[in-house]
Design a binder for this molecule. Structure first.
Ligand SMILES: Cc1cc2nc3c(=O)[nH]c(=O)nc-3n(C[C@H](O)[C@H](O)[C@H](O)COP(=O)(O)O)c2cc1C
Length: 402
């Protein structure tokens, strides 16, 4: 049986010291200011190579069971940083040193832009959620590509690209193509983001015909003689089931490498009392987890093992990460859990995920990918798929690890 039950209590997803600091100081400051302070502290603190090596030695995932091979890359852990945390490509090395298996930088746009006016991120601490209306502030693809080109390639870096706000929707193909071209040589994989709610018209690009044209344009923007750059599409949680199916089918037809699901939601009903509340922007964190899992299951049932699925949305605990993996995600990502869980969150996640994988009887986390999906399939009449091995509730696994 899959651990869909109780997840880690809040106390076990964030360390007591961090929780204290969060309540006493951080929560009183503007969320984006805190984010910038964290980025600066991480950049400066881990700048000397010996400090970064030391942090890495202490916190990096070492258990070979956590390794995942996907998109032609070797990930030291399946747990990555979602787009939006390192928008500027300035602190991915530090995030990698904390124990994340990969970092998705961006969203970058072809030209620099300031994003929406501040404040544009607000906390819903009681619900472990964030609401943001950032609108892709960034220094532009050329500047960030320059930074990425100088990196030591110790951390796997995906680059997430989006629409420049001032570009007309008719010119969106050329805009994305230009962005893709600028970052092509310095990304380990590329994500075409058509799902952020804060750029007008962007999510309309998820319509199959528009998406097909956009992917074609992005491909044409990539250097013809360069090495294969894995291409993924990031989708919204607010799509209807048939739209999800259409995107999955299109991704297969176009030979896209994978899908990142999901971005933030504009469905305020996921928040307590949200049906009546005013929310301007996209909601992330705990309220998103049920929908993110639903979308993942739908995608997996449509594409099977033919695409790499990256699940993101509300993941807070190792049990939830494993649940997504078992449902078909090869990799997972988080943003909001890092905000509420603090800098040691990835280390705790890796440690406990290792244990769950061991207790589940898998040789490694990769072996667990899709096993809940195949378990579902094995229940269907006529299926000969073997039953998957999930740690049973009470199988020596602490409740806090589920
Ligand atoms: C403040 C903030 C900024 C974000 N910026 C981006 C972005 O630039 N591009 C993107 O694709 N997703 C962005 N996201 C969405 C996250 O990558 C992720 O899909 C979403 O937050 C759900 O994951 P979570 O519940 O773990 O936070 C942002 C999320 C937050 C909270």
């Amino acid at each position: 049986m899959l651990h869909t039950g109780p997840v880690l209590s809040r106390s076990s997803t964030s360390a007591p010291v961090y929780r204290f600091l969060f309540k006493l100081v951080l929560e009183r400051l503007d969320a984006e200011t805190v984010h910038r302070l964290a980025a600066t502290a991480m950049r400066v603190g881990t700048h000397p190579r010996f400090v970064r090596s030391l942090v890495k030695r202490l916190l990096a995932p070492r258990d070979p069971r956590l390794r995942v091979r996907a998109l032609g890359l070797d990930f030291p852990s399946p747990i990555g940083v979602a787009a939006g945390v390192d928008k500027e490509g300035t602190w991915f090395e530090g995030l990698g040193a904390l124990g994340f298996g990969f970092v998705e930088v961006g969203t970058l746009t072809a030209r620099p832009q300031p994003g929406n006016p501040r404040p544009r991120v607000s906390r819903r601490s009681g619900e472990r959620a964030l609401v943001n209306s950032m609108g892709f502030p960034n220094s532009g693809a050329a500047v960030v590509a320059g930074r990425l080109r100088r990196r030591r390639r110790q951390t796997i870096v995906g680059v997430n690209i989006g629409k420049t706000k001032v570009v007309a929707i008719e010119d969106v193909g050329a805009d994305y193509a230009s962005c893709a071209r600028q970052v092509a040589g310095c990304a380990d994989y590329l994500v075409v983001n058509v799902s952020s709610p804060n750029t007008p018209g962007l999510r309309d690009m998820q319509a199959a015909d528009r998406l097909a044209a956009l992917i074609g344009a992005v491909r044409n923007g990539l250097p013809a003689d360069g090495p294969h750059l894995p291409l993924l599409i990031k989708i919204a949680p607010d799509l209807r089931d048939e739209q999800i199916d259409a995107i999955a089918d299109l991704a297969l037809e176009l030979g896209v490498d994978g899908i990142v699901a999901v971005n933030t939601t504009v469905d305020a009903t996921v928040l307590r009392g949200g049906a009546h509340g005013e929310v301007s922007g996209g909601i992330s964190g705990a309220p998103l987890k049920a929908r993110a899992l639903e979308v993942l299951r739908r995608l997996r049932s449509r594409v099977g093992e033919r695409l790499v699925l990256i699940s993101v949305g509300g993941i807070e605990t190792p049990g939830e990460a494993l649940e997504r993996i078992a449902a078909g995600a090869t990799l997972v990502q988080a943003y909001t859990a890092l905000v509420y869980g603090g800098p040691l969150w990835p280390w705790r996640m890796n440690r406990r995920l290792s244990r769950l994988v061991r207790e589940g009887g898998w040789s490694g986390v990769q072996e667990a990918v899709g096993t809940a999906a195949s378990e579902d399939a094995s229940r269907r009449p006529g299926s000969s798929k073997p039953r998957a091995r999930f740690p049973q509730a009470g199988s020596g696994q602490k409740p806090s690890d589920r």
